[in-house]
Design a binder for this molecule. Sequence first.
Ligand SMILES: O=C1O[C@H](COP(=O)(O)O)[C@@H](O)[C@H](O)[C@H]1O
Length: 255
Amino acid sequence: MSTPRRVVVHPDADVLAQAAAARLLVRLTDLQSVQGDAHVVLTGGTVGIKTLAAVAASPLVDAVDWSGVHLWWGDERFLPDGDPDRNETQARDALVDSLVAAGALPAGNVHPMAPSDAVSSPEDSAAAYAAELARFAGSSGGLDVPPFDVLLLGMGPDGHVASLFPGHRELDAEGVATVGVHGSPKPPAERVSLTFDAIRAAREVWVVAAGAEKAEAVARALRQDDVHATPAAGAVGTDVTLWLVDAAAAGTDDA
Ligand SMILES: O=C1O[C@H](COP(=O)(O)O)[C@@H](O)[C@H](O)[C@H]1O
């Protein structure tokens, strides 16, 4: 079912974020030399947001034609619009709003999940997102999602990716692109997430993880543990599955 996982180890979280940002910017410029629109799925989390800040600060940010880039989210915390804990809010602050304000990124290319003050439940938000994803779906059949070029995922110390948590029933969702999530062990309890079917439709999946507290989960995921115990083990792309980690998360940090 999977492409081989490639692992790149960087010295620390800062270098990891800088390198992931550079990799994303180069990937986008490469893609734009051979195709029209590019679809990127953003992640929340410490390294995910640090990476977006590094994109914003890079001189290469202007090498990308952002008018041809669509931004999606892999998961969202089900909170009111503008809540500082929303992945959307943090991504907007780190990168997205500056690109929109500069006129580089059309506001319509930004596709957030509906917040809790716009819809009444995580399920409603998930359904609305599935419909938005379907509007941009390719013609290749399968799940109705856009042709995701790069899908970024952070990973929690418990091995969760997006809002797919160990032992939760959403891990087994099939034939749907999105799910509402209740009872998340990491606050807030209510969330919205892409499913594994949607994640695995992406050409390239990049998992970014830093810190010694994630080393055990990284090791379990890389030895392809059961996804019910370590959801990150199930995150694979159709062409590339890339793990971008720091030395502490790789378990090679002697410090
Ligand atoms: O809650 C979430 O956590 C994960 C990982 O976050 P981190 O701070 O441990 O890096 C993140 O990937 C996910 O998108 C987010 O909603």
